[in-house]
Design a protein around this ligand. Structure first.
Ligand code: C2E
Ligand code: CA
Ligand code: CA
Length: 770
């Protein structure tokens, strides 16, 4: 079915309209969020001004009970022969009067499975227009349309050639994002190709894309297609000609939207575009917050005549804009820094609120300092400090989070102004800061920290006219050179330093407010030992027990499978992974734990053939030659072929990508799939998708749990979801903590879900199954 399908349907609609002397007809698709998506109409201006303006629904609101909604709900033909007197139309009465609609007929379009697929809607400007006779004739006449529509939209893989063309463009852009970072191709050429392609596809007389940095009020990028230049008499593209943003662009950039605009009626379009002989504009714009910068992109298509483009095409235009935009953003950061790996780091380095480094970067700095100390065999040559704001919770509870954020900002300023420029400051948790002072003995660091506390005590932080007196607790540690220690176990030394500072901080906290504590040097070598003992015992004495958390298929609300999460049952207590997984990694015990977990959970789930099993492994598995052989043997032993999903965290897997690819192929043979866990951290992560060829991607719960109250996080989740879909990758969202989050994810079309709201991890597997 080609491009003509749309036009063919439109023609059929027009024929019906003429034959029955109707005033207007349109077709819409039923959507799962209780709305109706209009797709094709006979008269474009009515479509724009009427059909699209009223939010068509099939819920239980009064308007949802009007003929369109009722025909979807009842699967029966519905009509009203006196719309303007019909109470159900009160919400759209103005619009009805404007077009003088008086009678309406709505016929449900039903597929072979007896599901309502969409509606055919017809209007007359006469009252009492529809009767049994006309209705049954129209029903016969729209038979062909029904066939077409069902065919066209029921298989969502090959919708329509034209739509496929668009998706191809989107795909090309994504491929570029993946490759472009390593190749040196300027995204300008990609954008130019896309614009030229769009002109052809949409029969436009020129198009342009503009990217605008709202935070700095700066035009980031502007590019016009060949036709645009030709039609508007510009021999070549000259950015200076654009000076700044036209009022039109400024206005429409602020609405996240895709629309058709007739310049004659649009006050914003007139000034700028009229001079260029434009009659008509289609545009799509998006707004995104990236790394605390608000950036907008608008893609504008222009036409000399008035030719509307359909709703679906507009939406695709929006997607293309979004994809191009990502390409630019990725590129921008890459050219700034030079290489991809640096790029990945850069975008994950900073905390947006304070501008300080984040936890990841803090780790890297610690490692650097540590390397230097080890290399030079120096002790106590830097100070590693963990800082916690005293009673911060009360500030948040009393004044709210926004206020709390401002307090943190205030603290950040004090820290910054009190420390040297070579000191590294990081925000490593909600109210936790990390400070790394090179060339600073811990004894001196203690004095500096105490000074900061005095300062904070004397000068309360001023937020919204309120004086907030703050104090900090701090724990300090460093590296002491010991005989026989080599750089081989740097990660465990690092871990030691961290744990020591944590312990010191805990001590400081228990001393009450405002104290600074230095870790005891003697603790240095010994702390990992208890964890080592614990894990060894757990392995030997069968103390490791998987807890199972259900994963739902969001399209059916049925349980798709379970994730096995590791617990150690010890002396009547349950010990959670945050107490031992990282330690197990540095002690080299993680692979043993993981195989143990896999064996135990495979055995347990094996009889429940309808459910899949998700297990976690560490990236360390890739450096263990027998790990995957063992894994495959377990799968064979318990007949878990085609039911096992292995979760791995993205950051770690990329470094050994080739190996990953090789292993993934081998596992696929047994129907074992990789899932990328904790997927997120900006657009950059798109890269992993391409590389890893995974089937399921787990969106990091950190974003998911905030999607109902943070626009940025919502954009990230929907962006990841969208791009995944283009690449045929399924999405799984974790940390679904309430119903609103669940609904939103369903609405976005996320495939699977997991979280406390759907089921907490439990040893009792059967309780989920029965
Ligand atoms: P993860 O793979 O991201 O697992 C999800 C974590 O989120 C689990 O914590 C789970 O209990 C928790 N969680 C589930 N639903 C919600 C929710 O709605 N809200 C919130 N806030 N949290 C939720 P858990 O069990 O403490 O595991 C922590 C991490 O330890 C896991 O993160 C995983 O990275 C690691 N881990 C757990 N078991 C294993 C294992 O057997 N092997 C390895 N290598 N790592 C494991
Ligand atoms: Ca996991
Ligand atoms: Ca996670």
């Amino acid at each position: 079915m080609g491009i003509s399908a749309f036009e063919r349907i439109k023609l059929l609609l027009k024929n019906i309209e003429e034959k029955y002397n109707l005033y207007f007809c349109w077709l819409g698709l039923k959507k799962s969020d209780y709305t109706v998506l209009p797709i094709i109409a006979t008269k474009e201006h009515i479509y724009e001004e009427y059909v699209k303006q009223m939010k068509l629904r099939w819920d239980d609101s009064p308007f949802g009970n009007a003929p369109v909604g009722m025909s979807i709900k009842t699967k029966q033909v519905q009509y009203s022969n006196n719309m303007q007197e019909d109470e159900r139309f009160i919400p759209v009465l103005e619009l009805l009067k404007k077009e003088n609609f008086n009678s309406i007929l709505s016929i449900p379009i039903i597929d072979d499975k007896y599901n309502v697929f969409g509606v055919f809607v017809a209007y007359s400007d006469k009252k009492d227009f529809f009767n049994e006779d006309i209705i049954s004739q129209i029903q016969e006449d729209i038979y062909e349309i029904k066939e077409y529509i069902v065919k066209l939209f029921s298989s969502n893989i090959t919708i329509d050639e034209k739509l496929n063309e668009y998706l191809k463009i989107v795909y090309d852009i994504i491929t570029y994002i993946n490759k472009g970072s390593s190749s040196n191709m300027d995204p300008k050429y990609l954008a130019l190709d896309v614009l030229n392609e769009l002109d052809k596809l949409l029969d436009a007389d020129g198009s342009e894309i503009i990217i605008y940095d709202k935070t700095d009020n700066k035009l980031e990028f502007i590019l016009a297609s060949d036709l645009f230049l030709e039609n508007f008499g510009m021999p070549s593209f000259d950015i200076s000609k654009f000076g700044g943003l036209s009022p039109f662009v400024k206005h429409y950039m602020n609405i996240e939207h895709a629309s058709n605009i007739d310049y004659e009626k649009d006050p914003y379009a007139q000034e700028f575009y009229i001079k260029r002989g434009l009659k008509f504009i289609n545009f799509a714009s998006i707004n995104t917050n990236i790394y605390n910068k608000e950036t907008s992109s608008i893609l504008i298509l222009t036409r000399k005549d008035k030719k509307y483009i359909s709703e679906i095409e507009l939406n695709i235009l929006k997607l293309i804009n979004q994809a191009l935009f990502s390409a630019f953003v990725v590129r921008k950061y890459i050219t700034d820094i030079g290489s991809l790996s640096m790029h990945l780091e850069e975008i994950t380095t900073r905390d947006p609120l304070t501008g300080f480094y984040n936890r990841n970067m803090f780790e890297i700095f610690l490692e650097e300092e540590l390397n230097k100390s080890i290399l030079n065999r120096r002790s106590n040559s830097f100070s590693y400090i963990l800082v916690d704001v005293d009673n911060f919770k009360y500030i948040n509870d009393a004044y709210g989070y926004q206020f709390g954020d401002l307090v943190l900002k205030g603290i950040a300023e004090v820290l910054k102004s009190s420390l040297r420029s070579l000191d590294v400051i990081a925000r490593i948790g909600g109210d936790e800061f990390g400070i790394l002072m090179p060339d600073m003995k811990i004894q001196s660091a203690k004095i500096i920290m105490e000074h900061i506390n005095e300062k904070l005590n004397k000068n309360p932080i001023l937020v919204n006219g309120r004086k907030i007196r703050i104090s900090l607790s701090a724990g300090i540690s460093t590296y002491f050179q010991h005989d026989g220690e080599s750089s081989e176990n740097i990660s465990s030394i690092k871990k030691n330093i961290k744990i020591l500072a944590e312990g010191a901080l805990a001590n400081a906290k228990s001393h009450g407010k405002s104290s600074v504590v230095i870790a005891n040097e003697k603790q240095h070598k010994t702390f990992l030992e208890p964890v080592y003992e614990l894990i060894s015992r757990a392995l030997d004495e069968d103390l490791i027990e998987p807890a199972y958390q259900p994963i739902l298929d969001l399209s059916t609300d049925k349980i798709f499978g379970f994730e096995a999460l590791c617990r150690i049952k010890y002396n009547g207590n349950i010990i959670y992974p945050d107490q031992f997984i990282e330690e197990a990694e540095s002690l080299g015990l993680i692979n043993k734990i993981d195989l143990y977990m896999i064996e135990k959970s495979c055995k347990r789930l094996s009889p429940f053939k309808d459910y899949n099993l998700f297990v976690n492994i560490s990236a360390k598995a890739f450096s263990d030659d027998s790990f995957f052989e063992n894994l495959i043997n377990i799968v064979k032993k318990y007949n878990m072929q085609n039911r096992l999903y292995v979760e791995i965290t993205e950051r770690e897997s990329l470094s050994s990508f080739e190996k990953f690819d090789e292993v993934a192929k081998r596992l696929k043979y047994y129907g074992i799939e990789f899932v990328i866990d904790d997927f997120g951290s900006g657009y950059s992560s798109l890269l992993y998708l391409k590389f890893t060829k995974t089937n399921i991607l787990k969106i990091d719960g950190v974003f998911v749990k905030n999607i109902t109250n943070d626009r940025g996080d919502e954009a990230i989740v929907s962006g990841i979801n969208f791009i995944s879909k283009q690449l045929n990758v399924k999405t799984l969202a974790e940390f679904i903590e309430d119903e609103n989050i669940l609904e939103k994810l369903k609405h976005m079309g996320v495939d699977y879900g997991q979280g406390y709201y759907l089921g907490k991890p439990s040893f009792d597997l059967e309780k989920f199954i029965n």
